[in-house]
Design a protein. Structure first.
Length: 132
């Protein structure tokens, strides 16, 4: 049955699936380009604002990380200062030396105090003087 219709349509002078050629409407194309350009111009400030806002947020996040790291470093410095003062305590060193075999109290004339100081160029200089 469909073959009959196709055959009769072909006999009637009708052509199926004929391609349509549509002329380009230049005025409509110009209107579309103007509209697209207007939208882009209208959205540029929004895009610039979003870019600066993201840059600001990145700086804020980095600043918060640095503050947290600074707090951690300050806490570690306090802990290390406490540890150093504990290790440098003369009574602790004396107790440790008393427990070591072969170590005795030196003659007071053999005791020298060593002072450390930094020079302007960052070098450490040690000077010794006899203990009183």
């Amino acid at each position: 049955m469909t073959q009959r219709r196709q055959a009769s349509a072909a006999n009637d002078g009708w052509r199926r699936n004929q391609t349509l050629v549509r002329e380009r409407d230049e005025e409509r194309v110009r209107w579309l380009w103007r509209t697209l350009f207007g939208i882009i111009v209208a959205l540029l400030p929004v895009g610039a604002h979003r870019y600066h806002q993201n840059a600001y947020l990145e700086v804020v996040y980095e600043l918060n990380e640095l503050r947290a790291e600074s707090g951690d470093l300050i806490e570690e410095q306090r802990r290390l200062d406490l540890e150093r003062s504990r290790l440098e305590a003369l009574t602790r060193i004396t107790r440790w030396a008393d427990r070591q075999p072969g170590l005795v109290q030196p003659d007071p004339r053999d005791v020298h105090i060593v002072h450390r100081r930094n020079t302007n160029d960052g070098q450490l200089v040690a000077g010794a003087e006899p203990a009183p």
